[in-house]
Design a protein. Structure first.
Length: 144
């Protein structure tokens, strides 16, 4: 993570970028396993979601108002939705009734999450660019 004590906004944005990177990786994993009917535990793949949390970084001293609010991944959890059952009697993973359990993953939902994650990353990159520009302008004032 970038450590910018002068620019806490950029530090917060950098932590959010790291968290969004994990979110994008989980979305990619969900899309890659959309047709996985059997995992190591013998069940259909379960959609995963990322849970974020914010925390205060006390690197700026003992004053809580000067602490940076950062974002981190609190955990990656199963979605909890049950599998979609599809009637496919010839499928190797079909049960006695000919039903196959597929992951309850919607391509549309995953793509919407991916777009949201991309836009969040773009916004955080804009914060970092703006912070850098402000720092450069501040240094230019000091040179005069």
């Amino acid at each position: 993570m970038i450590n910018m004590k002068i620019l806490p906004g950029a530090d917060s944005a950098a932590s959010a970028l790291q968290a969004e990177k994990v979110r994008m990786e989980v979305i990619s994993q969900n899309l890659a396993n959309i047709n996985t009917t059997k995992t190591a535990d013998g069940k259909a793949y379960q959609r995963q979601v990322v849970r974020f949390e914010t925390f205060m970084d006390k690197q700026f001293g003992f004053n809580p108002s000067s602490a940076a609010q950062l974002v981190r991944v609190a955990g990656i959890e199963s979605d909890g939705r049950g599998p979609k059952l599809v009637h496919q009697p010839g499928h190797p993973d079909a049960n006695a009734e000919g039903m196959v359990a597929y992951p309850n993953i919607s391509v549309h939902e995953e793509m919407a999450d991916l777009i949201s994650s991309t836009r969040t990353m773009e916004a955080n990159l804009a914060i970092i660019r703006t912070s850098r520009s402000i720092a450069q302008q501040t240094l230019a004032i000091g040179r005069r």
